[in-house]
Design a protein around this ligand. Sequence first.
Ligand code: GSH
Length: 239
Amino acid sequence: MPSPKLIVHHLQVGQGERIPWLLEELAIPYELKLYKRSPLLSPPELKALYPLGAAPVLEDLTDPSNPVKIAESGAIVEYIIYKYGSGRLALEPQHKNFADYLYWLHFSNATLQPALLRCGMARGMVGEQDMRYKGNAARVDIALNHLNDRLLSNAWLAGQEFTAADVMTGWCFSTMRKFEPIDLTGYDGILAWLKRVGEREAYRRAMGKADPELDIEEGLSAKGPPLMDAFVKAMALKP
Ligand SMILES: N[C@@H](CCC(=O)N[C@@H](CS)C(=O)NCC(=O)O)C(=O)O
């Protein structure tokens, strides 16, 4: 098989960090194209790349007769794992934790992340005292406790093995807290898991390439990183 020719388009301080992290874990070579937020959303050159104008986007130019362009971080993760990773970092259907793997692989984008986003939007639009904010915050809390319980009894989300489910979920706590400030104090399962994430060389290498200006330790800490200025300005619709 020819060596993969992959281009990862990453909007910095964003969920695209999942893709270089996965590629570093799998030791698959890639080219990284970085985009700065402008000031909060995608710059024009990224918007031009894909109809939704969001990142990450992966270009696969390995086979010149069949160039591929794919978005959606979850889809990109599965594409890489099955096309170039020989299924590594996924669990097989025969594995006893196959259902856990699938569940946690999808949990971040399908449940946790939308809940965090709703919270961030409600905070800006109606304020923290409003029931619409409080209702969303309560749902985030349920999701956090659910994750925490899982990680109190398992080293990784799918069980004892590190998988793509961990790659999908990491950013929700590290970098996404630049958009929604969750204090993880008391969530000992999540904090211990974040510590294990921070010990992975592939994670550090990926973050060093994708977002060299981000302080990784802040993202992995209980208190989390400071909010992004552009987000604070854009969301400060109500005091
Ligand atoms: N569901 C998509 C979401 C992609 C997405 O919204 N990415 C954000 C970065 S975190 C983005 O590109 N935002 C800029 C914009 O929409 O202009 C995925 O998982 O890749």
